[in-house]
Design a protein around this ligand. Sequence first.
Ligand code: NAD
Ligand code: WQD
Length: 345
Amino acid sequence: MNILLTGGAGYIGSHTLIELISEHHSVVVVDNLSNSNKESLTRVEQITGVKIPFYEADIRDRDALEVVFSAHNFDCCIHFAGLKAVGDSVTHPWEYYDNNIGGTLVLVDVMRKHGCKNIIFSSSATVYGEPSMIPITEECPKGHCTNPYGWTKWMIEEILTDLHTADVKKDDSNPWNVVLLRYFNPIGAHKSGLIGENPNGIPTNLMPYITQVAVGKLDKLHVYGNDYNTPDGTGVRDYIHVVDLARGHVKALQAIENNCGIAVYNLGTGKGYSVLDVVHAFEEANSVQIPYVIEQRRPGDVGICYSASDKAFIELGWKAHYDIVDMCRDSWKWQKMNPNGYESL
Ligand code: NAD
Ligand code: WQD
């Protein structure tokens, strides 16, 4: 298929590029590089041996998107572009609503004008809020998000669903097909160590924080709470290797090809690991020590969040293959080879 990747220079996008190319799809990337570095695409080219057509553009820029859509005939868009820092979204809500929702509105408008009405959207387990069931199936009702970032995902899901519903009601001969992929906690990196997660400033997510402690950039990990109702009291999450996640997008293209209408899939492993499980797995996998201190709970955190991932397996034949040791090993390899991310050149 001919596929547009918005946000394709980012962490998940760059890994997905490799998996799409290895399955012989043609890809074009649009990214404004607001949270990424063009070097990620150079590295993908190095890994795959394929030149990636790239447009440095903002998806809110209608004219720029017109140029892209006039030059290519896309079968599908995989829409990664968005701002994703939870805390930042609390202090800059307008920027998050404008970028994520405003950007998506312009994107889908240009898409439909050019007859491309197939989209795979990067949603998040965050839409479940405080989940009403564990493990979380796709039947679990969407919940109350604790931050603007989460609400952007929640609302974009609604917007895309409404587009499809309206087409069905008016018997449109080319209705929208929408796949909503709800990611759990992506970590890890490509096995080459050439691409990986490249956070700006001090990381807020667990794994990049751990790797920066391991590489000596930060002195210790702050564990947010050990009084949750979990086996060791620390928060439990469903960590998924980013390469498994990337392959989930390739599988999701099947749903598009089968005219799925609206399809929602969790992308997780179905297993929960506590913060201390991850620390210990990292120490064992990589023979390094991660000093830590226990702190108060982080506001907005839930105690336990892990997926039921059967639906993606039954309907798409997708399941995660890498385990927590693989994730820790590959995260560390990326950090060791690139102590300052893509800026270390
Ligand atoms: P990322 O920041 O590495 O990638 C997002 C990319 O989008 C970046 O390259 C950024 O420059 C680009 N971008 C942002 N706004 C843009 C705009 N207006 N126009 C063009 N490009 C723009 O993040 P990621 O971890 O790769 O996440 C990809 C998607 O998955 C995001 O939508 C994110 O919200 C979602 N998601 C991420 C996680 C996670 O933990 N990483 C979990 C659930 C969902
Ligand atoms: C994991 C666990 C923390 C950092 C966030 C977003 C979510 C999604 C993925 C995009 C929790 C604990 C963390 C640290 C810690 N993103 N922790 N010390 O919060 O599950 O999800 O990223 O959609 O929307 O909310 O991930 O990696 O921040 O935290 O103890 O320095 O690690 O309390 O239990 P989270 P995380």
